[in-house]
Design a protein around this ligand. Structure first.
Ligand SMILES: [Ca+2]
Length: 106
């Protein structure tokens, strides 16, 4: 029996902690850790993560409780937004593909 979703959830948790555990509080991301995560894991989906102002903006938006760190729930909010955006993109892509393979007859 496959447990793909459970495995994916564990990978997401492990990934978060592999970055949050680098400096200071091992359960929260500071700005440097977040920047590293963005550059190494999400550079294909987000704007230029080498841009200091872009990282500052993302950090500020993620840090909803304004404690100066990004905890796991705050990080998951970003992942959720990205997954939804990717799903919308792929649904649009599949609709275009189906319409092109079954052109309407007039
Ligand atoms: Ca926070």
């Amino acid at each position: 029996m496959a447990h793909n979703l459970q495995g994916t959830m564990k990978k997401l948790i492990d990934l978060f902690h592999s970055y949050s555990g680098k400096v200071g509080d091992k359960y929260h991301l500071n700005k440097t850790e977040l920047k590293s995560l963005l550059q190494e894991e999400l550079s294909g989906l987000l704007c230029d993560s080498r841009d200091r102002m872009a990282v500052e903006k993302i950090f500020s938006e993620l840090d909803t409780n304004k404690d100066g760190e990004v905890n796991f729930p705050e990080f998951v909010a970003l992942v959720t937004e990205l997954i939804i955006a990717c799903d919308k993109f792929f649904i649009g892509f599949k609709k275009d593909e189906m319409e092109n393979s079954n052109p309407k007859k007039d």
